[in-house]
Design a protein around this ligand. Structure first.
Ligand code: PHE
Length: 454
């Protein structure tokens, strides 16, 4: 354990795992989806799906990781060997393949995530340039160009790598402990500020009054499932490797609940900030609906509507803009370190590369992938996002359920959960979860996929 490192305490793990979970997905993705999918209805479906689907998969990852004490590839191999079966070495090869697929997905997610995170840094610097009277610089920072994308993406990689190279405790845990409380504080301050502005009430009511007619809309269900997986960082081995750094004394189902609550909580808080802010923007004359009457969403929201709002607020607007985009950068950073940890842990554990060297080498390779995306933005950016988040993550999530539900020996599974939770057999978790990951989760994910592909 010592040579691999590990979280120093329960809180250390919760903050790091919540740091991974809470990211652009919560503060940008979630409010955007709420705005374009019927407001409060989406919130309800999302919470429901998170507990129904994402929490069980999160538990699968944490338990596999802690049992195997290793990266996703080695861990799945071990699970596949736990039961002698007719498939023999064949299943071991498949497990390896799935593990590598997870590592590849984590790396590809990082490759687009770092580009977006770079924009956040640029937008945080732009108001400073404006304040200094460097308006041409501010213009460059906020306009789309390969040079800007490249520079700030690189900067973001440097931040990510400088944390990951320090290891689990001195890097990931320490920085999550510092950044997560700061993130919460900034969100709350911004919510209170925006709530005092005229127009905010309309946003609050869209957000808090669900339009129930949309709850069973299939596109809403699909979006909510994707969002739930992405938001809890599932299906790429991130939570698995974080699970492997948890002490054997901890109660895993409880830790999982804590992480899930923090993730949902911050998403909901982010909605309380972004959605009222959109309506304040509208009140100030900024366009938030398209001509077809749809809410503007995705990048227009963050990079057009909000800056337009900030610019109607005078001097305070500059400060709010800087603080807001710093918030986004922090959220992205505590997530990106968890993505990079996936391939780094693999290189360190399986190929005995020193952590520092592994971090810089792998970081460089993934950065080059980002560069490639930047120069082929129109064709690749959306494609990489769709492949990784819409297909790979839920599919690997499904396979992890199969591993835990069908391939892993049940006595070994129980033995692992019992560490730190000795009376698990008499509780509700053991009553529901094993059945759940065996039948219900794979079935629901498969059905959602089937609908999407048809
Ligand atoms: N959960 C992160 C977010 O919401 C994204 C992420 C996905 C992080 C996969 C790690 C692995 O932004």
């Amino acid at each position: 354990m010592d040579t691999r490192g590990g979280f120093s305490s329960r809180l250390g793990f919760i903050l790091a795992a919540a740091g991974s979970a809470v990211g652009l997905g919560n503060i940008w993705g979630f409010p955007t989806q709420v705005a374009s999918n019927g407001g409060g209805a989406f919130v309800l479906v999302y919470i429901f799906l998170t507990f129904l689907l994402a929490y069980p998969v999160l538990m699968a990852e944490l338990i596999i990781g802690r049992a195997a004490q290793s990266n996703i590839v080695t861990a799945l191999e071990e699970v596949s060997e736990s039961k002698t079966n007719i498939f023999g070495t064949w299943i071991k090869k498949v497990s390896q393949g799935i593990g590598f697929w997870g590592v590849l997905t984590a790396s590809l997610i990082l490759s687009f995530y770092a580009i977006v995170a770079g924009w956040m840094i640029a937008f945080a610097v732009a108001p400073i340039a404006n304040l200094l009277g460097l308006s041409y610089l501010a213009e460059w920072l906020t306009s789309f160009s390969a040079s800007r994308n490249l520079l700030f993406c690189l900067l973001f990689y440097l931040l990510t790598m400088s944390i990951v190279q320090r290891g689990v405790r001195a890097g990931i845990e320490r920085w999550s402990r510092r950044l997560m409380p700061l993130l919460l504080l900034i969100i709350v301050v911004l919510i209170v500020y925006v709530a005092t502005l005229e127009g905010a009430i309309a946003g609050w009511s869209l957000y808090l009054k669900p339009d129930f007619s949309r709850v069973f809309d299939s596109s809403l269900l699909i979006s909510a499932m994707g969002q739930a997986f992405f938001s809890l960082s599932l299906g790429v081995g991130t939570m698995l490797i974080y699970g492997s750094y948890i002490s054997k004394k901890e109660n895993l189902p409880k830790l999982g609940v804590a992480v899930t609550f923090v993730d949902i909580g911050i998403a909901i808080l982010a909605g309380l900030l972004i959605i009222p802010a959109m309506f304040v923007a509208e009140h100030n004359g900024v366009q938030i609906y398209t001509t077809a009457g749809q809410l503007l969403s995705e990048d227009t929201l963050l990079f057009t509507v909000l800056p337009a709002l900030f610019s109607t607020m005078g001097l305070a607007g500059y400060i709010v803009a800087i603080v807001f985009f710093i918030l986004m950068t922090i959220a992205a950073l505590t997530s990106s370190i968890s993505m990079l940890e996936v391939p780094v842990a693999l290189a360190v554990e399986r190929h005995s590369v020193a952590r520092k060297k592994a971090t810089w080498l792998i970081g460089l390779v993934i950065f080059l992938v980002s560069v490639f995306i930047i120069y082929n933005f129109g064709e690749l950016f959306g494609l990489v996002i769709a492949i990784t988040t819409k297909y790979s993550e839920p599919l690997i999530g499904l396979l992890l359920c199969v591993f835990v539900g069908w391939i892993w020996r049940r006595d070994l599974l129980l033995k692992e959960i019992k560490q730190g939770f000795s009376d698990v057999e008499t509780g509700i978790f053991w009553l529901i979860w094993p059945f759940y990951v065996r039948f219900i989760c794979p079935l629901i994910i498969a059905v959602v996929f089937y609908n999407r592909i048809i």
